[in-house]
Design a protein around this ligand. Structure first.
Ligand code: BG6
Length: 465
């Protein structure tokens, strides 16, 4: 039995799970919802579409009862913008607003604080077609209108908010913000303009929350992939530093300090592609910094100067050969999480909320209608242990949420990569009965929560499948 460190989390620590609307809800065209860019994604051969997901829209009471049984005191999901404004603009959809009212009421009645992401890569489709998504300033204003609508409606129920999920993906994946790059005069300049527009939209949402919701707490969030120099060569150290600046630091610097860091502006000015700052943008960013920082954490990689090809985007990132991986090649690195937490806290001194961490695995129900997911227990136990050590070392972490609670559709649109404590009986295209079954990790997590993180013990010598 591995006991791990026995110290409990601080009082009031948030523990629970995290998901999104489109990866769980289904009901893609019910309740007056309009289509989002996720609904319009081409479905890969043999994979799930997004229409049903795990049918959380109809089954949330059953799922929340299971979360309560595990002892969750927080659950992160996102609001689907196109449930609230089916076309992203125009008339508000009362049925969509009512759905989240009912959902949040149910969570609160079960002792679970909703933690809400405003935007998780699911722009109302009409805004991509009409405006090219966040390439347009119009969409910034529409996002603010949507944000203000939900703050006014739910501000007395929801205190912890996140603007954009993993905002640091905007430069590499502007399509997640509804932007098509085709036809751009200068593609790199457009990527940075969209990145700037996302910062402006983020800052406006921070401002609106603070105006409308007393005590409202807003995060800036990134996906934090820990990176290490590939060797002890100084060349690798500087290559790693540069990759990290573009991958992570740029975003935290703007969220926390309210201005572009000089390592970014020097580069953009040299290339002549500084984004257009409209009047008031610089002040808006400066005056509306965040209340806390949030990360998703799954894996680490290394950066090699030799492999960096001078490409303007993140370059030279290679797998860390010393670590085990999951079936999708994601390196398992619990200490990497502590490295990230310590670095963030030393730089920004802001409270940190870990809002995603977990392992995706191909799983089937066994003859006892459960899954013996010891690999998940080990993964989570080792990561939580590092969080507790980071706290002992002075880092202010106030919550930890696993990715998934029930199984859900993965970001790539596949159902075979399962993350939950609760198995959902469906296949890729075969929806079966969608029944819920507790995995072994269900009781393990319940005990972790019951002991406020003091008991992380698990059976030794299980390696990840
Ligand atoms: C995060 C996203 O990047 O990772 C989620 O916020 C996603 O939407 C999660 O599902 C896990 O990634 P994946 O690809 O395994 O689903």
């Amino acid at each position: 039995m591995v006991k791990n460190n026995e110290k409990a989390f601080p009082e009031g620590f948030f523990r629970g799970g995290a998901v999104t609307s489109f990866q769980t809800e289904g009901a893609w065209n019910e309740g007056g919802k309009g289509p989002s860019i996720v609904d319009a994604r081409p479905v890969k051969e043999g994979q799930s579409d997004w229409k049903t997901a795990v049918d959380f829209y109809h089954r949330y009471k059953e799922d929340i009862a299971l979360f309560k049984e595990m002892g969750f005191n927080a659950y992160r999901t996102s609001i689907s913008w196109s449930r609230i404004f089916p076309d992203g603009e125009g008339e508000v959809n009362e049925e969509g607003l009512q759905f989240y009212d009912d959902l949040f009421d149910e969570m609160i009645a079960n002792g679970i604080q909703p933690v809400i992401t405003l935007y998780h890569f699911d722009l109302p489709l009409a805004l991509r077609e009409k405006y090219n998504g966040f390439a347009s300033r119009e969409v910034i204003d529409l996002f603010d209108r949507y944000a203000r609508t939900v703050f006014k409606r739910y501000g007395h129920k929801v205190k912890y908010w996140l603007t954009f999920n993993e905002q640091n993906l905007v430069l590499t994946n502007p399509d997640f913000w509804g932007v098509k790059l085709e036809g751009a005069e200068n593609e790199e300049a457009l990527r940075y303009q969209v990145t700037h527009n996302a910062f402006v939209a983020h800052a406006k949402a921070v401002k609106s929350l603070h105006e409308l919701v007393p005590g409202g707490q807003m995060a800036g969030m990134v996906t934090y992939m820990a990176t290490y120099p590939n060797t002890c060569k100084p060349e690798d150290a500087i290559a790693n530093m540069k990759a990290k600046e573009l991958l992570v630091d740029f975003y935290f610097d703007v969220f926390a300090h309210g201005e572009y860091p000089s390592y970014i502006t020097s580069d953009l000015k040299r290339k002549g592609i500084m984004p257009v700052f409209e009047e008031g943008d610089a002040e808006l960013l400066k005056d509306n910094t965040v209340d806390y920082l949030s990360i998703s954490y799954y894996q680490s990689q290394t950066v090699s100067a030799e492999k960096a090809d001078g490409n303007w985007l993140i370059s030279g990132v290679t797998p860390n050969p010393g670590l085990k991986t999951n079936e999708w090649g994601w390196a398992i690195d619990p200490i990497g999480l502590r490295v990230c937490l310590k670095d963030m806290y030393a730089r920004y001194r802001l409270p940190i909320f870990i809002t995603e961490n977990g392992i995706g695995v191909r799983e089937v129900l066994n003859e006892n209608n459960t899954v013996e997911d010891d690999y998940r227990i080990e993964y989570l136990s080792e990561h939580i242990k590092q969080v507790k050590i980071a706290i002992e070392e002075g880092v202010n972490v106030f919550g930890y949420l696993t990715w998934g609670s029930t199984d859900l559709i993965s970001s790539g649109g596949s159902f075979e990569k399962r993350y939950g404590f609760v198995f959902v009986n469906r296949g890729e295209t075969d929806l079966r009965d969608l029944k819920r079954y507790k995995k072994k990790s269900f009781d393990w997590y319940k005990n972790v929560i019951a002991t406020n993180g003091a008991d992380l013990s698990y059976k030794e010598s299980i390696s990840v499948k």
